[in-house]
Design a protein around this ligand. Structure first.
Ligand code: ATP
Ligand code: MG
Length: 369
């Protein structure tokens, strides 16, 4: 790798003040680390994945266990970059490992299995437990990296445990690991804030003075999605009509739309944003209908990616509904960079293929995730 490693990608994220303790999830993580090879934390944006792992590492730190962290980004889809960072992360916890493997990554690069075999042999000699966290793994789609990760998982030394935090399930042999009891999973349903956690967050951390029924209503409307609870709390500060605000709070709230645009939509390739723009007129869209938009393969690919995006943005019935409210707002006015007037014109000019009308439809593949 030519450019120097960015050390900040190797730091465990600093916890903000006022993190709500989640002992049931910490126990889940501890059990996973003790009993399985991989803990997969898979949930849409802003569900508290990173915070949970950082909090668990801080709360359970012991002399017998060290932890390594890597925050991935798009540039790590290059295999040399990915493996260099992964080894550098391991070296923060086990400085004696990885030097030979790193040298094998230099041109002419050795086959990845040779690099990993060298690394794994050194890791086997580490005398303590080691947890390696790969955060934001959804940015990785390079097949070569997935293949290497599969090799790594197959031959992981017993004292090394891998934690992957991601917005979408990775292309790793999850079924095989699950069948062998080697996979621990934490998903959106587990990460949702319970009414008690929502109450602690809204009243103790955010300093609101909400009655139990308002907390319950907000928890219900957000389905425990912490990012939405946080944005709702910010919007609510200084308001008198809290109950009215909560009743109207939905996916088209300005803060929610801004969050989804910044965190999810703006990070998509042009063809995906174009697909989302074209389909934003629909309330719902069936999986098979995707194909009728165009026979072009790139559109079909874009539709597949868009499906993944929906899974990164929404999950339960409420967010499914609010997503269909939020997405047109996001896609029409913001992602495309067009004004809403332009979008209105586009909307009226758009000619829909036969069978596609502006009626309620189901994006079935997104819902089934
Ligand atoms: N237990 C908690 N107590 C208080 N705030 C929390 C807690 N968990 C998450 N948050 C807050 O919710 C927001 C989203 O959390 P976090 O960044 O951990 O989500 P994420 O699932 O990792 O999102 P992304 O997919 O964008 O990486 C952050 O502002 C974080 O501070
Ligand atoms: Mg995160």
């Amino acid at each position: 790798m030519d450019s120097p490693l960015l050390e900040t990608k190797l730091y465990v994220p600093k916890l903000r003040r006022g993190v709500v303790a989640r002992p049931r999830l910490s126990e889940h993580l501890s059990r996973g680390a003790a009993e399985s090879k991989l803990t997969l934390i898979s949930a849409p944006a802003g569900f508290g994945k990173t915070t949970l792992v950082a909090e668990w590492l801080a709360a359970t730190a012991t002399k017998e266990r060290s932890a390594a962290w890597l925050s991935l980004d798009q540039s790590d889809n290059d295999p040399a970059s990915f493996w260099s960072y992964l080894i550098a992360a391991l070296q923060t916890a086990a400085p004696a490992v990885g030097a030979t493997a790193l040298s094998l990554l230099q041109p002419p690069q050795a086959p990845v299995e040779a690099v990993l075999a060298t690394l794994l042999n050194e890791l086997s000699a580490v005398p303590n437990d080691l947890v390696l966290v790969l955060d934001d793994y959804h940015v990785i789609d390079a097949r070569e990296i997935q293949g290497g990760m599969e090799f790594l998982l197959d031959h992981l030394p017993p004292r090394l445990h891998l934690v992957i935090a991601t917005r979408a399930d990775p292309a790793l042999p999850l079924s095989r690991l699950r069948a062998r009891g080697e996979l621990a999973e934490i998903r959106a349903a587990d990460l949702r804030f319970t009414p008690d956690e929502a109450g602690a967050y809204l009243n103790e951390v955010m300093g609101l003075d909400l009655a139990a029924r308002d907390v319950a209503a907000l928890e219900g409307r957000t389905e425990g999605w912490i990012a939405a609870l946080q944005l709702a709390a910010l919007s609510m500060r200084g308001r008198d009509d809290v109950a009215g605000f909560i009743a109207g709070f939905a996916g088209d709230d300005r803060y929610i739309v801004d969050y989804l645009v910044e965190e999810v939509l703006q990070r998509q390739p042009e063809r995906v944003r174009e697909f989302l723009l074209q389909t934003s007129i629909l309330d719902r869209l069936t999986g098979p209908s995707e194909a009728t938009f165009s026979s072009s393969r790139s559109t079909a690919v874009a539709a597949g990616i868009a499906t993944t995006i929906f899974s990164q943005m929404c999950c339960g019935p409420t967010y499914w509904t609010s997503c269909t409210t939020a997405c047109p707002t996001c896609t029409e006015g913001r992602v495309s960079g067009t004004s809403s007037k332009t979008c209105d014109r586009k909307r009226s000019r758009t000619r829909w293929p036969p069978g596609i009308s502006r009626e309620r439809r189901t994006w079935s593949s997104a819902r089934s995730r």
